[in-house]
Design a binder for this molecule. Structure first.
Ligand code: GDP
Ligand code: IMO
Ligand code: MG
Length: 427
């Protein structure tokens, strides 16, 4: 089983960090393929808690080589501070590899992200303010700066000039902000060259060779399926492709080399930022999920919006990613509810709809049709096998599996590495 993708099946924060870390001990490479430090992946190892943003969660497993692929946008200041934070806690980060083709997030991207959101006012996306959208926009507009550019001062200066020519007009004339000096940006980026040079590699070649040699490669998605710029709830999405195809374009590994695609699926639903969310709960059940589930953003500290499980979304994730398995997380959070509603379909303008509507208007009008399942009150955090779960928890998992279209191969019953029920092996 040489290559597998692990990605978010909902709107992010499904528990990808924990799932990746769990597999980290058995894989040779963990590769981020898209997104940047908008991600917040929490990993709990024993009594230690780590919040990773840009680095692949495999960095915590000593035998594993963490890789930042070409599809990621890299804020070098964040990267270095994340590395030094881990070093200070005794984690060896020297094996990290970064694609020279990955694009950089510069201070002007972060500034533009924030001023654009302010400008949008009540139409804002609710971004993480990390410069993600503007950095990807420059990549697509062909005025981006890549990691490799910081090793050639003359190219770097030309590219920063080209990027700032237009942006400074926008900043000054539209947003009434001070222009950004080319020299200041060039100096800052050149200043990272020595610290980063040892990490930069031809990661595409290396990963393909690794797969051909039978090494196990795990592609770790950031964000989630519904935040995908093509397949998500556009425009309330991130600016990259967290879906499975992104693992190919974001690393240079072809689809025929990937054998397994695991969707991380929370036993209920959360979302951060603006946009439609049919099963959102604005009542005390929503507050209870938020409190018990600890649903507060790892990156921005914002409260997450919470709602019941949505099987329409899970089915959609199975379809657009070609999921082979689900990893169901946070089942323990649902302990204590007498009855648990699950959205099985939507009602849109008086009609029942079983699949995710492709029109934005319809999705905004979608009302959940619920089926209610019996809950359980027993503590499940110590359960080590499916049989050890209370009967109603087993029924809940089986019902979700049937509705979602792929087998549930693991169940999270707590944040720790060992608080997991493994049903089928991923490797
Ligand atoms: P990610 O962005 O997908 O990596 O997810 P986050 O780390 O942002 O949010 C998931 C949160 O749930 C983290 O605080 C995890 O430690 C926690 N978590 C993961 N799996 C489980 C689980 O099965 N049960 C509980 N109670 N917490 C979990
Ligand atoms: P992880 O990897 C949840 C959301 C933001 C916003 C939208 C666009 O931890 O699951 P961006 O800054 O990317 O331009 O913001 O996407 N968003 C996330 N929501 N989890 C994430 O990452 C997210 N990364 C971005 O809240 O709505
Ligand atoms: Mg997160």
């Amino acid at each position: 089983m040489p290559a597998l993708v692990l990605l978010g099946a909902q709107w992010g924060d499904e528990g990808k960090g924990k799932a990746t870390d769990l597999l980290g001990g058995s894989v040779d490479y963990v590769v981020r393929y898209q997104g940047g430090n908008n991600a917040g992946h929490t990993v709990v190892v024993g009594d230690q808690k780590y919040a990773l943003h840009l680095l692949p969660s495999g960095i915590l497993s000593p035998g594993c080589t963490p890789v930042i692929g070409n599809g990621v946008v890299v804020d070098p200041a964040v990267l270095l501070s994340e590395l030094s934070g881990l070093n200070a806690r005794g984690i060896d980060t020297s094996k990290l590899l970064i694609s020279g083709n990955a694009h950089l997030i510069t201070p002007y991207h972060t500034t533009l992200d924030k001023v654009t959101e302010r400008f949008l006012g009540k139409r804002k996306i609710g971004t993480t303010g990390r410069g993600i959208g503007p950095a990807y926009a420059d990549k697509i507009n062909r005025v981006g700066i890549r990691v490799q550019d910081i090793f050639d001062e003359s190219i770097l200066r030309q590219k920063v000039e080209a990027a700032l020519d237009f942006k400074n007009q926008v900043l000054a004339k539209l947003y009434n902000r001070r222009a950004i000096a080319v020299e200041q940006v060039v100096e800052e980026l050149l200043g990272y060259a020595d610290q980063l040079s040892g990490f930069v590699a031809d990661t595409t070649l290396l990963l393909n060779n690794a797969i051909d040699d039978g090494k196990v490669v795990l592609f770790e998605g950031g964000q989630g399926t519904l935040l995908d710029v093509d397949h998500g709830t556009y425009p309330f999405v991130t600016s990259s492709n967290p879906t499975a195809g992104g693992a190919c374009t974001g690393t240079g590994v072809g689809p025929t080399k990937i054998n397994r695609v695991i969707g991380i699926l929370k036993a209920y639903t959360t979302r951060v930022g603006a946009g439609p969310f049919p099963t959102e709960l604005l009542d005390e059940d929503g507050d209870k999920l938020r409190t018990i589930g600890g649903e507060r953003g790892v990156t921005t500290g914002r409260d997450r919006r919470c709602g019941w499980f949505d099987a329409v979304i899970a089915r959609y994730a199975t379809r657009v990613n070609g999921l082979t398995d689900f990893f169901l997380t946070k089942l323990d959070v649902l302990t204590g509810w007498e009855r648990i509603p699950v959205c099985v379909a939507y009602e849109i303008d008086g009609k029942r709809v079983d699949e995710l509507p492709y029109s934005q208007t319809d999705f905004h009008h979608a009302k959940p049709i619920y089926e209610t399942l019996p809950g359980w009150s027993e503590d499940i955090t110590q359960a080590k096998s499916f049989d050890q779960l209370p009967k109603n928890a087993q029924k809940y998992v089986s019902a979700l599996e049937e509705m979602s279209g792929a087998p549930i191969s693991a169940i999270g019953v707590g944040p720790g590495r060992d608080e997991t029920i493994q049903i089928n092996s991923f490797l």
